[in-house]
Design a binder for this molecule. Structure first.
Ligand SMILES: Nc1ncnc2c1ncn2[C@@H]1O[C@H](COP(=O)(O)OP(=O)(O)OP(=O)(O)O)[C@@H](O)[C@H]1O
Length: 284
């Protein structure tokens, strides 16, 4: 069950933690607190428009971290800082630190292709390649030299599709186009494609907003399973979804990170008026 953790009481509210930049106000002592991504004093401009203002956040391994906040507050921009997708936008200027494994992802020697292998991404609209179901999974691992023998490749495809909860639905039609699947299946295919290269982090930008409630529930259950292997950072406009799937929740407003907290605390006892107003639907 995805919301099992919400019924567990072990929360440590530490005034000291609250004062340390980047740390959540409250920590769930049952959660893993090994660092995955450390962000310090991150600022981003699109031309003259500053979209991210002095962001500090520690993202923990093998947890789900949800980014919430009103439209235009910088959630997707922040997500794209983690795999340098903003580099593709000409007007962007970035200052500050985004550190993984002790290395700044923005340093010029960082290989972007290798970074994007380590940090996979799933988008709002499922976007399978115009290839077979099998090739959607096998292509990237081959490109990254993760598999050479055909048997290894078959095994990897099966593993990724099983982990994405799709194997039983597609095992008899692996050579059919990925685009022939339903929307929810296509999104799980995209998740299988992302995990096939064994990333550390999976970024999800509103992964269920184009899906029906049943497909949404399937993806939420999947996120809960996948966090045993991967760190997940997800953008969502759906408060119930954040409450169901996320261990930690970060509330953004007008480019600032206003509150970062254990999800149960964020939804039961937000520390800032802005987060409370947003969560209770008073604006946003
Ligand atoms: N490619 C871009 N070029 C210029 N400005 C951009 C670009 N992408 C986003 N912005 C601006 O940056 C700010 C943050 O946008 P962003 O898409 O990150 O917000 P968001 O919180 O993800 O919004 P939404 O919930 O509506 O998706 C907005 O003012 C937006 O107009």
């Amino acid at each position: 069950m995805v919301n099992e953790q919400l019924s567990q009481p072990a929360i440590n509210v530490s005034p000291q933690l609250a004062r340390e930049p980047g740390r959540p106000i409250s920590r769930n002592e049952n959660a893993n607190h090994d660092l995955s991504v450390r962000v310090r004093d991150l600022n981003l401009w699109y031309g003259h428009n500053q979209a991210l203002k002095n962001i500090n956040i520690d993202i923990y391994q093998k947890n789900v971290t949800a980014l919430i906040g009103p439209s235009g507050c910088g959630k997707s921009t922040f997500l794209r800082c983690l795999n340098r997708m903003n580099d593709l936008i000409k007007s962007v200027r970035i200052e500050g630190l985004v550190e993984m494994d002790g290395r700044d992802v923005n340093e010029s020697r960082m290989d972007e292709v290798a970074l994007r292998r380590r940090v996979g991404m799933v988008f709002q609209k499922p976007n399978p390649f115009p290839k077979s179901i099998y090739e959607n999974i096998a292509y990237a691992p081959r490109m990254h030299d993760l598999v050479s023998r055909r048997a290894d490749q078959d095994e990897l495809v099966e593993r990724a599709l099983r982990d994405a909860g799709l194997w039983n639905e597609v095992k008899d039609k692996l050579q059919e186009p990925g685009t022939s699947l339903s929307g929810g299946q296509q999104q799980r295919l995209c998740i299988a494609r992302a995990i096939a290269v064994k990333p550390d982090v999976i970024l999800m930008d509103e992964p269920t907003s184009a899906l029906d409630p049943i497909s949404t529930a399937t993806i939420e259950d999947l996120m809960d399973k996948l966090k045993q292997q991967f760190t997940i950072v997800t953008v969502t406009h759906n408060m119930q979804q954040a409450a169901r799937v996320a261990d930690y929740t970060a509330f953004f407003h007008l480019g600032e990170l206003i509150e970062y907290n254990d999800t149960r605390m964020m939804f039961s006892n937000p520390h800032t008026k802005k987060a409370e107003d947003y969560i209770t639907g008073r604006y946003g």
